[in-house]
Design a protein around this ligand. Sequence first.
Ligand code: G3H
Ligand code: 13P
Ligand code: ZN
Length: 322
Amino acid sequence: MAISYKNLGLVNTKEMFKKAMAGKYAIPAFNFNNMEQMQAIITACAETKSPVILQVSKGARDYANQTLLKYMAQGAVQMAKELGWENPQIALHLDHGDTFELAQSCIESGFSSVMIDGSHHPYEKNVELTKKVVDFAHKYDVTVEGELGILAGIEDEVSAESHTYTKPEEVEDFVKKTGVDSLAISIGTSHGAYKFKPGSNPQIRLDILAEIEKRIPGFPIVLHGASSVPQDLVAIVNKFGGKMDDAIGIPEDQLRKAAASAVCKINIDSDGRIAMTAAIRKVFAEKPSEFDPRKYLGPARDSLKQLYIHKIKNVLGSDNKA
Ligand code: G3H
Ligand code: 13P
Ligand code: ZN
């Protein structure tokens, strides 16, 4: 039997994006696979009163078990209330869904939002697949994110050598034909920790974003691959035995500009992974006799929470919006 996200205390992204558009900020979309990540997200968002999108990738679903993840999201809503967040604005979102069947399964099992990523297909096939998911999702009041353009790097099992920027001339037709609620675009961001070549000037194409905004004014835009790869955290990883040479991300001032435009959702995963890894490596190096997982996962969780608070307040501007 299908479970509605409404019974889990979750919300879809419609109102979140409407307010983010009007208020010139963006909603954080943080990926999670485990309890410490979930705790960090919820405590950071409850403390800052930020709406949030909990993202589950196909890989996360395989790693953690989709039923467990769904109930973790339900638990997160209850935990947020206990922390004094009266009306938590929390969405549970499928990240990079690649088939209709996967999107359907998530919709029927309590997700409030899904991404159908048909960006690697030819345009007409992308339209057809996205529309099929939208038609199904909207029957359940679930919101849908589509994607046009291809990000360089790896997205689940698919990888691309270089960016294929979103063509502004396609967006209006895509949005009209599919009925999607938001659109992920490719403007020079990419997944992972190695987004730019060393010595290059890390820049995203805010000019293409402006052109897209002109074609579909007021329509919610999504940025994937938006980690900034904080150099202080990379330095800790490397100091304590890690090897993350030449890891470079998106400058935060550029994300801030994007958040003040039609960009309503910013996806951050890699920065959290780096924050956790830095904290864990530090404990392992400084306290080699420690073997209680709470003694290294606890500091990793604390570091993650601080990172999220920083993103919410200083990059996305979503604090006190929920
Ligand atoms: O877009 C990719 C996200 O960072 C999720 O990554 O597929 O390794 O869980 P994953
Ligand atoms: P990062 O790898 O830049 O954190 O991007 C995450 C993402 O886009 C998830 O869909
Ligand atoms: Zn992504």
